[in-house]
Design a protein around this ligand. Sequence first.
Ligand code: ADP
Length: 262
Amino acid sequence: LEAQLFRAQRLESIGTLASGIAHDLNNILTPILAGAQLLPLKFPDADERTQHLLEILEINARRGADLVKQVLSFARGVEGKHITLQIRHLITEVAKILKETFPKSIEISIDVPQDLWLVSGDSTQLHQVLMNLCVNARDAMPNGGTLTISAENLFIDENYVRMNLEAKIGPYTVITVSDTGVGIPAEVLDRIFEPFFTTKDVGQGTGLGLSTVLGIMKSHGGFVNVYSEVGSGTYFKVYLPAVGGTETLSTETTKPLLGDEE
Ligand code: ADP
């Protein structure tokens, strides 16, 4: 338990540091980006080499601004607009995107019960949680494999709470994203939730995916568990406090989306 506390404090200070740097960097990048956008308009007759340099300047200033935006959104502790949600619909929506955009060598398998408990949450943020986990699963299976998203109801009792600081007694909706990929070695597993920790090549990963997942889950009163075996694959389980009931009354974000075959 002490180790968990220490880890949490360490992650928090990294978050504070990252958001401080991101704020400063944002102030630095804003005029650079503005200039990079304005200069080509001011000097339409510049020679080809200059135009090319200005283009590179703008692309990179924009890339920097995007990265800063990601850091800020993760470090801010994300507020979000919480409504009552049926996660089954969110999973259907994500599955549709995966089937359209992931390589055909990755089989997408979905396993969600009809009576899944409702949660209170921000659908955009929870969508992001699922997408981040699925993108990591994809990256872990360069030669193909199976990505499974499943969900279940779980009542957390005293025994569970004794073993997990973050859990509270009560009903949870649990989403599992699993892959049959490369797995995570122990020394990497220790660090995966750290902001900016990545084993991916430059430009492939920012190292913010899982720290964002953790931040969003915390702001929902939930938590994350991970199980991995090198060579066979990885499970990420996200636990969201459930609010009871299985069907939502509002129609806005909860009605089955196109392609939800049920
Ligand atoms: P990024 O994806 O940008 O590297 P993340 O925070 O999402 O950042 O992930 C951090 C690291 O955790 C990854 O670089 C990778 O080493 C490891 N990781 C995350 N998910 C998986 C997975 N499903 N299988 C194997 N390794 C993973």
